[in-house]
Ligand binder design. Structure first.
Ligand SMILES: CC(C)(COP(=O)(O)OP(=O)(O)OC[C@H]1O[C@@H](n2cnc3c(N)ncnc32)[C@H](O)[C@@H]1OP(=O)(O)O)[C@@H](O)C(=O)NCCC(=O)NCCS
Length: 325
């Protein structure tokens, strides 16, 4: 099996900024409540003419440039998303066409907020096994399109964005440990009930606002802390590492209090955590993807560092991976 590492990273954030002050004018909330309960100050919102693939294409171009890889040389494109432009064609096919990666295989992965880690691990398998020589992995979401802007319990949490990484074989380091898990029995805690084959779109589903995210926030909070902590410890232990060995922790950015609770539970020092939740909110698969990109670009990850990615989301699913930079 080949070792697989990160050859480049990229991101794209829509220009429109929605602040907590803006939300105060839309629902019965306050900057103080949102800041203390979630850590979020503002989030990006895609323009009317921007869909998931538009964000993904920009992040993809940025990552390919960073990796010095030509689009026509890309062999595999995986997009992690729960907000595709439409049920089909897949976002990965739209990206392939737009960037001119005519030789690439393409598919999307549905693992919600853990999607970027699921997609990274999937791409790693294809390269490690020798099927492909490289892969472009993207987490892209337009959560604003499935957010109920009348529901203060959820609308303050989410934002839009995309992050990407290029994977290639390496001679040492790279992705050294991975862990994926799920528990479908808790799927009801976070859903978009309508718009699929169970409840196709109709006037009734629209009237009942069933095309938007529904969430049991309190229950999810507890599960998130437990499974992210467990995943972190397990993925490190699998390669003989402990939390003390981690140089940079890149968690899913759902809630600052969840991240702090995970860090406390596993004994990780706060200064090792990379955060972009304050600026972007929860962007599902794009959260870990953009945080990874920004941590690398801001010099928060240095050669030889142990980087821990850890995410949790609807399904429920969760996953972690350790990268030696
Ligand atoms: C959603 C979340 C921020 C709510 O925080 P919380 O501390 O659990 O708050 P509660 O749900 O207990 O609500 C407390 C009160 O604030 C109110 N409230 C909810 N949203 C509010 C808002 N935006 N502004 C003001 N008040 C709000 C509630 O109505 C409730 O009022 P009540 O006590 O009168 O009923 C938190 O539970 C969370 O982040 N959960 C995890 C969500 C998550 O991770 N989702 C994605 C997974 S990938």
């Amino acid at each position: 099996m080949k070792k697989v590492g990160i050859a480049g990273v990229g991101e794209y954030l829509p220009k429109n900024v929605l602040t907590n002050a803006d939300l105060e004018k839309m629902v019965d909330t306050s900057d103080e409540w949102i800041t203390t309960r979630t850590g979020i100050k503002e989030r990006r919102i895609a323009a009317k003419n921007e869909a998931c693939s538009d964000l993904a294409i920009n992040a993809a171009k940025d990552a390919l440039k960073d990796a010095g890889l030509k689009p026509q040389d890309v062999e595999l494109i995986i997009v992690a998303t729960v907000t595709p432009d439409s049920a089909f064609p897949s976002v990965s096919c739209l990206v392939q066409h737009a960037i001119g990666a005519s030789e690439a295989a393409c598919f999307d992965v549905s693992a919600a907020c853990a999607g970027f880690i699921y997609a990274l691990v999937t791409a790693q398998q294809f390269i490690a096994g020798g099927t492909y020589k490289n892969a472009l992995v993207i987490g892209s979401e337009v959560l604003s399109s499935v957010t109920d802007w009348k529901d203060r319990n959820t609308c303050v949490l989410f934002g839009d964005g995309a992050g990407a990484a290029v994977l290639k074989p390496v001679t040492s380091g790279g992705i050294i440990s991975t862990y994926l898990h799920g528990n479908g029995s808790l799927g009801h805690l976070l859903t978009i009930p309508a718009g699929g084959s169970r409840m196709p779109a109709g006037q009734n589903t629209i009237d009942k606002r069933l095309h938007y995210i529904q969430m049991a926030g309190n229950e999810l909070f507890k599960v998130a802390v437990n499974v992210m902590a467990e995943a972190a410890v397990k993925v490190l232990a699998d390669v003989g590492l402990s939390v003390k060995d981690v140089d940079c922790f890149i968690p899913h950015q759902a809630n600052l209090r969840i991240i702090s609770a995970v860090a406390k539970k596993i004994g990780l020092e706060e200064h090792k955590i990379y955060l972009n939740i304050t600026r972007y909110g929860n962007m599902s698969s794009a959260s870990t993807a953009t945080a990874f990109c920004e941590a690398a670009r801001e010099g928060k990850i240095k050669k030889g560092d142990i980087v821990l990615l850890d995410a949790f989301g609807a399904g429920l699913v969760w996953g972690a991976c350790v990268i030696k930079w």
